[in-house]
Design a protein. Structure first.
Length: 174
């Protein structure tokens, strides 16, 4: 079994703090969900931790907030965002975090609204219904983009700053 390091615990702590922010009242779609997934994908070297820690944090807060029938679609998009973090954030930089955050927002929008159309009853199951679904969701993308950029900046910024002050958090394995 791999040794659990202080870095692992600090990364986990940051993810769970971000998840707890979901419990505080906030504007629709202005939440740290994508930031948690990107952060996990970027910093947990062990792929199982990259998925498990953010997913566990999200699941625990969802247990408090409440589940809905299409929640599985949100979790699929969340896993895709972890992968985006793994791929686009192999080298963490401001530019890469912004690009990954915007990509995460767009992925969440595309995946979850496709799910609303495909598995819901609000829209006809044809191309017109799919287009209507995406158009109806446009007002929500602004808060998603702003929230993802904001929380990604906070999470990545805090970690990079603290890591520069506490060298043990730079250890390779987490």
């Amino acid at each position: 079994m791999e040794k659990i390091t202080p870095r692992f615990w600090f990364l986990t702590f940051l993810v769970f703090v971000a998840a707890a922010i979901r419990l505080i009242p906030h504007p629709p779609n202005f939440a740290p969900i994508a930031a948690m997934a990107l952060f996990g994908g970027a910093y947990f070297n062990k792929k199982s931790f990259a998925f498990a820690v953010p997913l566990a944090a999200m699941f625990l807060t969802d247990a408090i907030i409440g589940f809905h029938s299409s929640m599985w679609i949100v979790y699929v998009s969340f896993a895709v965002i972890v992968l985006i973090g793994m791929v686009l954030l192999k080298k963490v930089s401001v530019k890469n975090v912004i690009a990954a955050s915007v990509t995460a927002s767009l992925s969440f929008f595309i995946i979850t609204n496709f799910g609303v159309w495909a598995f819901g009853t609000m829209y006809p199951k044809n191309i017109t219904g799919l287009i209507e679904c995406y158009i109806a969701a446009i007002p929500f993308i602004q808060n998603t983009l702003i929230g993802d950029l904001f929380y990604s900046g906070i999470m990545f910024g805090i970690y990079e700053f603290i890591k520069s002050k506490i060298p043990v958090l730079s250890e390779a394995k987490a």
